[in-house]
Design a protein around this ligand. Sequence first.
Ligand SMILES: CC(C)(COP(=O)(O)OP(=O)(O)OC[C@H]1O[C@@H](n2cnc3c(N)ncnc32)[C@H](O)[C@@H]1OP(=O)(O)O)[C@@H](O)C(=O)NCCC(=O)NCCS
Length: 152
Amino acid sequence: MSEKAVSTAGMITVRPIQFGSDEHALEVELRTKVLRTPLGLTFSEEELARESSDFHFGAFCPELIGCLILTPKTRSILKMRQVAVDFASQGLGAGKLLVAFSEVFARGEGFTEMELSARMNAVPFYLGLGYVASGEDFMEVGIPHRKLTKRI
Ligand SMILES: CC(C)(COP(=O)(O)OP(=O)(O)OC[C@H]1O[C@@H](n2cnc3c(N)ncnc32)[C@H](O)[C@@H]1OP(=O)(O)O)[C@@H](O)C(=O)NCCC(=O)NCCS
């Protein structure tokens, strides 16, 4: 697969982020700002250390504006986590590009299914990208979530 993906407008680029790099520090900062601070939460060192063998991706324009993480659950299933686009850059296509890039990457690595726990506000975003909701709502980080999956 290509090492990166570029939006149709050519302004947003998606590429891997190396764990422990300066860009990774910016990724954690962005995730904290978009996903944790609004809930009054932070990340612990232990939580972040557990992500060392996950796949991290960033959307750049040209600075980091979005990110997500892929965690292998089995040899065929990847869990998409920590999808976050900076508040000022939402609605520009970065989230869609990150998800599309992840699916191409996952297929290339031999995975056949993507799954995720979506916050309720983001469920329509994933439904629009072909994800299917299943099961009852459940609580994570103190707010309701819904399980979504997609054959890739
Ligand atoms: C949800 C989020 C990742 C979407 O990323 P984004 O870059 O803003 O979305 P995009 O610009 O790529 O939008 C792609 C499409 O989804 C739609 N969309 C985006 N967010 C949506 C939402 N919350 N509800 C419904 N539709 C949405 C867009 O209108 C667009 O539709 P189009 O292709 O028909 O034009 C982002 O808004 C975000 O980080 N939100 C806050 C954190 C969060 O909830 N993360 C998800 C945790 S599960």
